[in-house]
Design a protein around this ligand. Structure first.
Ligand SMILES: Cc1ncc(COP(=O)(O)O)c(C=O)c1O
Length: 430
């Protein structure tokens, strides 16, 4: 069962384990396909679906069951309804508080510092590699999806030597293979891994990879864009040099800010490495430390919202609380989809509670675009697949939504299948 496997994945978090044994009520799937008449009573639901109106978030928007941008709370969005100059002491305090909070999420106080970077997540991934890998360094990129592939491309574009260790999209990175690659190539200085590869939703074993990288005396960089804040990562036990993520994934802020939590000693040593003025984390950090100012216009409103999002994150119980809710969302989603005959791409033990990839049904009456559009009309936005090897689509479990919203989406899916006349959701044969 899903719940047993996920307990294994997030080993060590008691809160998660307790969340797993909740009995699962799937009786709603036996009801009429009545997405349109069910009143949702979920924690975050303010507006309900009716026969004439689609489901809505508390701000009247469709629920975003995607890898991002995600549904955010009304209070997070309302926090942005202010104008502050970037030199305002209030704004400066927000940044100090935000940077400290982000370091604490990975237990990095005393060893790591946080450098925010304007832009989407990819900007800070590029900034991390360009700043921390010296121009004569060499990166081993661990690839099992599109975001790993993007990291390899970044290395090419910014002129960092690289080699790629690639795994199939439904297979996690093998730490032993990483060790072998490092043993065979002494010129590799840094290893980069993606924590949750959002292409599929697969969880990579960053703890084990970090241990192997440290054993070989190399440095470890993590793209935890879709995992940070929901899947535990502890700087006191996992030897990583830097981790990057953004404001709009599991921390449930609005998009526009990336950040890097990086060992201070590594950052200090990185002066002059960067290939770019704007994406220089060392320069960004020294300016912030010296002047409390960003070098270039900061996304003030995104940062105000992010400050509120971090408060809500702490109120929910931090990583354990946030990850626990997403785990429940994932469990209800996967069980409900299986009940309708869909097949997840990944076996349960590899699935992170972030986004789930489902194989496209073989039934000729199933047309993804029509399915997507009908769900959108019912108030639920899903996501196309991003795989090279199989036809798939994805449904996210993250953002400001709970199991009531997932159940609402399942009803909408059931209703849509009935409308389309799809009787068989078994996947296209491989
Ligand atoms: C693991 C991972 N890395 C990088 C990115 C890129 O982030 P962005 O689209 O914000 O540039 C994403 C986006 O979903 C991601 O999931």
């Amino acid at each position: 069962m899903m719940h047993v496997e996920i307990t294994h994945l997030i080993d060590g978090k008691k809160e998660f384990k307790e969340a797993q044994v909740m009995p699962l009520d799937l009786s709603y799937l036996l009801e009429e396909p009545s997405w349109s008449t069910t009143v949702q009573t979920g924690k975050f639901t303010m507006a309900s679906a009716s026969s004439s109106s689609p489901a809505k978030s508390e701000t009247g928007d469709p629920w975003l069951l995607t890898p991002g941008p995600l549904t955010t709370s009304r209070s997070v969005k309302e926090a942005a309804v202010h104008d502050y100059g970037s030199r305002d002491h209030y704004f400066i305090d927000v940044n100090v508080r935000m940077r400290q909070a982000l370091v604490e999420i990975v237990n990095g106080s005393g060893s790591h510092v946080c450098v925010p970077m304007q832009g989407s997540g990819t900007f800070v991934v590029e900034a991390m590699i360009g700043t921390l890998v010296p121009r004569d360094g060499k990166v081993l990129v661990l690839v099992n999806g599109a975001y790993g592939t993007r990291i390899a491309k970044i290395c090419d574009v910014i002129g960092r030597s690289k080699s790629v260790l690639e795994f199939p999209e439904n297979v996690p990175v093998d730490p032993a293979a990483v060790g072998k690659a490092l043993a065979e190539d002494a010129s590799i200085t840094h290893v980069v891994a993606v924590h949750c590869e959002t292409t599929t939703g697969i969880l990579n074993p960053v703890e084990d990879i970090a241990a192997i990288v440290a054993e070989h005396g190399r440095r470890f960089l993590i793209d935890a864009m879709s995992a940070f804040g929901a899947i535990p990562l502890d700087a006191t036990t996992v030897p990583f040099e830097a981790v990057v993520a953004s404001s709009n994934k599991c921390l449930e802020g609005t998009p526009g800010l990336g950040f890097c939590v990086v060992r201070q000693d590594a950052l200090e040593a990185a002066k002059g490495n960067a290939h770019s003025l704007t994406l220089d984390l060392h320069d960004q950090w020294t300016a912030l430390e010296a002047t409390k100012q960003y070098r270039f216009t900061p996304p003030v409103h995104t940062i105000l919202s992010f400050d509120q999002a971090l408060k809500e994150f702490q109120d929910e119980g931090g990583v354990a609380g946030r990850g626990g809710r997403y785990t429940e969302n994932c469990r209800v989603l996967v069980d409900g989809m299986r009940r309708m005959g869909f097949s997840p791409l990944l076996p349960d033990e590899l699935q992170a509670p972030i986004i789930v990839t489902f194989l496209m049904p073989q039934d000729k009456r199933f047309d993804f675009q029509s399915f997507y559009d009908a769900l959108r009309d019912k108030g639920y936005v899903i996501y196309p697949g991003k795989l090279t090897v199989a036809e798939t689509f994805r449904i996210g479990c993250i953002g400001r939504l709970g199991t009531a919203e997932i159940e609402g989406a399942l009803r909408a899916i059931k209703g849509t299948l009935a409308e389309m006349g799809v009787a068989d959701c078994a996947p296209i044969a491989a």
